[in-house]
Design a protein around this ligand. Structure first.
Ligand code: EPS
Length: 371
């Protein structure tokens, strides 16, 4: 239930607006509401933008963008000033001719069709605003949120790929996640995934993925009942990412089959004994790790012909050429982290505004050990 002035803006006290199209001259964002004094320079953005980028392995789109951030406002002598922070990234490797063939067609399963009905026209080049290119600016904006959360509260946000098609990790080791092209937590399965993705790419098909994002160190108390619940805002934030079809918090839909005695997170003095709730109770953080799982659909831009219509209502065989991701979920961990961090910073600022005088309340139950 967010009061929105623009559908390209989200957040309340930390408000992020993104703009730009995949094949326009640039993409950008305005981050409004960041407290003054946070150290910020263009180099801060590089790490997460590189983690999200295309063109780094053969398993993602071959488009190669430098994703160089220009800070246009809101920073003076390396510190945020409290005024709107405007960030810009120029598009340098768009190849619009790839889209000439489908300019008047609707790709089956793609937002081409719904954008057409909503606006009566569309920018077909690279999917325009519906392109995953837009997620670049979410990651850039969240660089600010991640820094602030870490410095101010010791909150850290990370994510991994928890499923590709029907393949699931056999074990979980956070230290493996950043060492392979799949953000995969089991190093022993990487060779198997390489073969899986190579075969998929050669077949011309695509596949979905599940991402799990986790925030450690969130204190109890963030989230606004009833209409600004932390889990509701996380769900909305995750669902706003291209290609997302489902979100779960904690055990999510598995809760349906659980008994109350199993689902409730019991606690003893040394801490919580489980985290089925995913760190949120009644829409408010419990001090446990926040755990969110996100389902990404298989990408719809396929070179394998599919039946569809064109803008004249004629039946056509739709074939999408160009550079596409066989599994867009493989690039999604930094994007899910970004949305998690942005929602958390917004909620932290809102908590401080209303309840800053409440202070520390006892008892403070330590979270269950690492996920
Ligand atoms: C995308 C299609 C491809 C991807 C793009 C997302 O774009 P193009 O056809 O212009 O090469 O490369 O992703 C990015 C450029 C990016 O930075 O994420 C799509 O259809 O969503």
């Amino acid at each position: 239930m967010q009061p929105r002035t623009s559908l390209n803006t989200f957040g309340h006290l930390l408000r992020v607006t993104t703009f730009g199209e995949s094949h326009g001259p640039a993409i950008g964002c305005v981050v409004d509401g960041c407290p003054p004094g946070l150290a910020l320079e263009p180099g801060d953005f590089a790490h997460d933008l590189a983690r999200r980028a295309t063109g780094k392995t053969r398993h993602t789109s071959a488009r190669h963008e430098t994703d160089q951030v220009e800070i246009l406002s809101g920073v003076f002598e390396g510190r945020t000033t409290g005024t709107p922070i405007a960030l810009l990234i120029r598009n340098t490797d768009a190849r619009s001719k790839d889209y000439a063939r489908i300019a008047e067609q609707f790709r089956p399963g793609h937002a081409d069709y719904t954008y057409w009905h909503k606006y009566g026209l569309r920018d077909p080049r690279g999917g325009g605003r519906s392109s995953a290119r837009e997620t670049t600016m979410r990651v850039a904006a969240a660089t600010i949120a991640k820094k602030w959360l870490a410095e101010r509260f010791g909150v850290h946000v990370r994510a991994y790929v928890a499923q590709i098609g029907d393949v699931v990790p056999r074990s979980h080791d956070w230290s493996a996640v950043e060492d392979n092209p799949f953000f995969w937590p089991d190093a022993g399965q990487v060779a198997e995934l390489e073969s899986y993705m190579d075969a998929l790419r050669k077949s011309g098909d695509s596949v979905g993925a599940r991402i799990t994002a986790v925030a450690d160190g969130v204190p109890p108390g963030w989230g606004e009942p009833v209409y600004g619940k932390l889990d509701a805002e996380l769900a909305a934030a995750m669902m706003s990412i291209n290609a997302v079809k489902g979100v779960e918090v904690g055990d999510g839909f598995a809760s349906v089959a659980q008994k109350g005695t199993e689902h409730r997170d019991e606690a003893i003095r040394s801490g919580f004994l489980s985290n089925h709730a995913g760190g949120i109770l009644g829409g408010i953080s419990s001090g446990q790790h926040i755990v969110v799982s996100v389902a990404f659909k298989p990408t719809s831009s396929l070179r394998l012909p599919g039946r569809g219509l064109n803008v004249h209502g004629e039946e056509v065989q739709v074939v999408t050429t160009g550079r596409h991701d066989p599994c867009v979920g493989l690039r999604a961990p930094p994007i899910c982290e970004a949305m998690l961090a942005l929602v958390l910073m917004d909620q932290a600022l809102r908590h401080r505004a209303q309840c800053g005088d409440v202070g520390d309340v006892t008892p403070r139950i330590p979270p269950q050990a690492d996920v």
